[in-house]
Design a protein. Structure first.
Length: 388
């Protein structure tokens, strides 16, 4: 029998308390109030509403206020000093902002969720300033900068209560709340759990990197990001299906947990690496893998900037595990890393995203030295595996 959370290695949630803002009781009573103001929100915002309510974003209890936003941008911390690098914002147009401020309690409605928001403030903030701080560039070709500049003008601050959400559909079947994943980790008796973030199809190089941690830690928590991605990235359902067949055929089931995390990719490089680590801490991971160019895009960030940034966050409460790039070396005759292989670049075989996309589009199968045949099958059978 498993007694004693105390003996578990699971870290405390970020800020010390797992936030739970899921309303119990009768959702009908709240949603049937005809006088209440209803505001439609995008799927991306709805995902973040759920993340707030479930405690993925602990200690946040709602969308950020002006003060927290300013501190996040200037110091990479909330106003109370707690590590936090990515603004969590609800943006609306001026008219909606004015109506929300008057109404105070508002229903946020999307296809999949209904939440009550207790509006406390509506404010403006220089979007260029947000982009410059989060992405360290204002170049509009950066997808995160473009997203930020396209936000509406008013940010609404207030705590939220999740009233209802969609049942588990195809894309949600692996979604775990922090309460659920923490319980599973404790039940399995794991004392060290290494989180792996991905937004990609698993190559053999990813698999070997992931498996190498199983030599030193109790378990691996594979946790792909589901949500808005840039054009040319793989579709969410393809990533989920690829991991299903991979874990099924090649991973020790008693040492691996697979779950999805539903929030948009921001491509903020180092700042997003910190955000990714905090979310995995809330999910119960003790360690978090930070690879080469983590959450980067193009050549906006130095390949190891996302590892360097952790030295400013010794108090983050989850241990980063830094990895070099993995690749196939023809002379080593296997997947190795740049720290293991003495051979020149010419011996390396790597599958860049661009090359893989071209191969798939032309119906050419990647080598089994680079990608598992089951994973290739998933991609090939999908027909339309890329985000348009
Ligand atoms: Zn080699």
């Amino acid at each position: 029998m498993l007694i004693g959370m105390a003996s578990s290695g699971i870290p405390e949630p970020h800020g010390g308390r797992l936030i739970n803002r899921v309303v119990g009781g009768d959702p009908e009573r709240i949603t049937s109030d005809r006088d209440i103001l209803r505001v439609g929100i995008s799927d991306d915002l709805a995902s973040d509403v759920e993340n707030i309510a479930d405690g993925v974003f602990s200690p946040l209890e709602g969308f950020m206020d002006h003060d927290d936003l300013m501190h996040v941008l200037k110091d990479g911390r909330l106003h109370n000093g707690l590590a936090w690098t990515i603004p969590i914002l609800l943006d609306v147009d001026s008219d909606t902002g004015a109506r929300m401020k008057d109404a105070r309690d508002v229903l946020l409605v999307s296809k999949s969720t209904v939440a009550l928001m207790h509006v406390e403030d509506c404010y403006r903030y220089d979007k260029l300033e947000i982009a410059r701080s989060v992405y360290q560039t204002t170049d509009p070709s950066h997808p995160g900068v473009a997203r930020t500049m396209a936000m509406k003008d008013i940010f609404v601050h207030g705590r939220i209560d999740l009233v209802s959400r969609a049942n588990r559909d195809e894309l949600r079947r692996y979604r775990l709340t922090p309460a659920e994943s923490r319980r599973m980790i404790v039940e399995r008796g794991w004392r060290s759990v290494v989180g792996f973030q991905t937004r990609n199809i698993p190559h053999l190089a990813h698999e070997m990197l992931q498996k190498s941690v199983l030599n030193f830690f109790d378990a691996l928590f594979i946790n792909p990001l589901i949500g808005r991605k840039k054009s040319g990235d793989f579709r969410d359902e393809v990533i989920i299906r690829a991991y299903e067949v991979l874990v099924d055929n090649y991973y020790p089931k008693d040492r691996v947990l697979f779950a999805t995390l539903h929030t948009e990719m921001r491509y903020a490089g180092p700042k997003e690496a910190i955000h990714h680590a905090i979310m995995r801490k809330n999910l119960g991971c003790t360690h978090f893998i930070v690879g080469r160019d983590h959450a980067g895009v193009g050549s906006f960030y130095h390949p190891f900037a996302a590892q360097e940034i952790f030295k400013y966050y010794p108090d983050i409460g989850i241990e980063p595990v830094f990895f070099p790039a993995f690749f196939y070396c023809k002379r080593c005759m296997g997947i190795v890393s740049e720290r293991m292989c003495p051979h020149p670049q010419d011996y390396r075989m790597e599958l860049s995203g661009t090359r893989l996309r071209r191969m798939i589009t032309e119906g050419e199968r990647p080598s089994e030295l680079l990608m598992r045949p089951e994973v290739v099958d998933v991609i090939m059978q999908h027909g339309d595996p890329f985000v348009p």
